[in-house]
Design a protein around this ligand. Sequence first.
Ligand code: 4AD
Ligand code: MG
Length: 460
Amino acid sequence: KRRTRICELLAGEGLGEDVEVRGWVRTNRVGKNVAFLAVNDGSCLASLQLVAAPELANFPQICAIATGAAVVARGRLVESPASGQRYEVHAERLEVVGTSDEQYPLQKKRHSFEYLRSIAHLRPRSNTFGAVFRLRSSLAQAVHRFFAERGFLYVHTPIITTNDCEGAGELFRVTTLDPAAPPLVAGAVDFSQDFFGERAGLTVSGQLEGELFAQAFTDIYTFGPTFRAENSNTPRHASEFWMIEPEMAFADLMADAALAEEFLRFLCRHVLDHCREDLEFFNEHIDRELIARIEAVADSSFAMMEYAEAIDRLRRAPVSFEFPVQWGLDLQTEHERYLTETAVGGPVFVVNYPKEIKAFYMRQNDDGTTVAAMDLLVPKVGEIIGGSQREERLDLLAPRMAELGIPPDSLWWYLDIRRWGSTPHAGFGLGFERLIMYLSGMENIRDVVPFPRTPRHAQF
Ligand code: 4AD
Ligand code: MG
């Protein structure tokens, strides 16, 4: 017999038939001659009501079922006379698989996100985090669908690497355990060894390896975990996050921006069409303008401005910023939010940044001072995508690396690929967590990752 899910039963599948229900009890309302149990199995936001009558042999035990218990029930799926739900199940058998008690940390009331972070092992059973992680799963599948439909090759780039793609010195070092050290004791691990005699770290980006594959398969993308040893505590930065990085050969910055726009609009359309119930929940409880904003973005074409113009508009802004605004300085979150929320009122590409504040691999523009970089900024989140056209000309790349003190032998393969069949190429990185924040309205990156890793939070 097929395993039925509560989302299907709540859609009326199997009406009038005998069905099996498995899940975790959210509430148990016991009346004189009946118990009503709301059961959730994570397949959707809503819970299914089980109705248990005194005729059941274990009725006294059923009345004592506490929130959080796991149950399996069999019974008939019928239309519900109660308001607020269309269907319910009249239990003919109801078995407690795993008991719970009044110490269960997820009681039926509003808990703060901070408290829920401290119970990351249980928060997936709450309404908000159920919605977040269903959205996350659905978006991951949509990412693959987008690229598969367009013929992009999916490549797995290494997680252990020796290159610091962004050049920001944010690599975590990887070590092996000392074989001579005493056997592992929890809490007393010796991490002093290097990676089998070599120095290696955890990747900050799969881009450089992705570029190599683009020079063979034309259109490729990566989608995997990336790590940054950035010791900053903000609601938008994590030490471990997932990134989607497409890379296209025979493409320039404008083709790159066009792909980024098409991608983000596709993902907006995807959640509107496939994650409706969860979006409505976020819209009601997290951000009242969420659905309207996503609908507008799905149907709009994005604004674009030069970095120089962005600086100009920020300098003329009738507000005062905490951080200085000046040509040559990077944009801070407050600047990004002003540009998207006030100046433009929607997503905006900022392009052609000063080369000093961007990575070594970006293509130099003819003005000698800027590079073909592009950041996509969106309301509330700020930078959601960072990308660029890459420097494909060996005679410009090699001296630029030398200027920045990057030893050529550390990236000999990256230079090599420019010697034979080099093409203009471009790509970008979309931060997956920032995307989920944008499409759920959740304001802290710790609340869109199952088990967030941030400074001083290696475990929970
Ligand atoms: O702008 P970034 O650093 O660009 C790169 O890594 C390029 N190699 C991408 C490429 O061109 N293939 O990072 C890209 C995106 C950011 O726009 C942001 O959304 C996200 O990754 N991101 C982070 N997300 C969460 N926590 C962090 N610490 C992040 N750092 C970057
Ligand atoms: Mg960036």
